[in-house]
Design a protein around this ligand. Structure first.
Ligand code: 13P
Length: 256
């Protein structure tokens, strides 16, 4: 069976609860239910509970943007994956904004991966190089370190169901994604790492998606890149028309 494509809306720290509900409603009107494309919404923690009551579960799945790696205890302000269990199907883990602004190192990301999985939540692991690392030609090394550490406590069955987002940090928040050739190189390097660690079948099972200035006009070109299974969308996911166009573009690519 062909793997379904996946499009993730990362709303980051935007919207209030009314705006979030309205945006979901607008998306619901514009987006059709396609079996070949999973659409995942990652709002603020605060809105997961109310949106879970409103959302059409056949059309949309919910994700958290993070989670804490301890299941329960005195950790003021934290939200654990065990608290997210049954509320979300996916969690974004290791986003570059977490790594950068919240000082999340490789080991923290590794522990979050294991915590999500033991709570039956599928991680969407984000990897990618900063612009400085890119200029120093360290992209492959950075991705290698991020992947091998993040997966180090996981079994091959765990890894096979993962989603891995290649998000070059320098392409986030702009209007120009990475070039298809760069995306292809990074995506095939990600799969190569997984093949080395877990074998060919697992590497082929993992869905690898691209994030960084995904806007409707770029979808066709990005989805043509060999090995890309979907998109991780930031600012364009805050606009229902643009996001619906992106989902439609991914759907069209799934027919090929
Ligand atoms: P933009 O689409 O705003 O570049 O954000 C990408 C991203 O960080 C998604 O996780």
């Amino acid at each position: 069976m062909k793997k379904p494509k996946i499009v993730v809306a990362n709303w980051k720290m935007h919207l209030n609860v009314h705006e979030a509900s309205l945006l979901l409603h607008k998306m619901d009107k514009r987006i059709h239910d396609h079996r070949s494309v999973e659409v995942v919404i990652a709002p603020s923690y605060l809105y997961l509970q109310p949106l879970s009551l409103e959302v059409d579960k056949r059309k949309f799945k919910l994700a958290s943007q993070d989670g804490y790696y301890v299941d329960e205890g005195s950790y003021t302000g934290a939200v654990s994956f065990s608290q997210l269990r049954n509320l979300v199907q996916y969690s974004i883990i290791g986003h570059s904004e977490r790594r950068r602004y919240f000082n999340e190192g490789l080991e923290v990301v590794r522990d979050k991966m294991a915590a999500a999985i033991r709570n039956n939540i599928t991680p969407i692991l984000c990897v990618g190089e900063t612009s400085e690392e890119r200029h120093l030609k360290e992209t492959k090394q950075v991705i290698h370190d991020q992947i091998t550490t993040a997966l180090s406590d996981l079994t091959s069955e765990d890894v096979e169901r993962l989603v891995i987002g290649y998000e070059p940090v320098w392409a986030i928040g702009g209007h120009e994604p990475a070039k298809p050739a760069d995306i292809e190189e990074a995506v095939s390097w990600i799969r190569y790492q997984i093949r080395e660690l877990y074998g060919k079948d697992v590497a082929e099972g993992v869905r690898v998606i691209y994030g960084g200035s995904d806007e409707p006009e770029f979808v066709e070109g990005i989805m043509q890149v060999d090995g890309v299974d979907g998109l991780l969308v930031g600012h364009a996911s805050l606009n229902a028309e643009q996001f619906a166009d992106i989902v439609q573009g991914v759907y069209l690519s799934s027919l090929k």
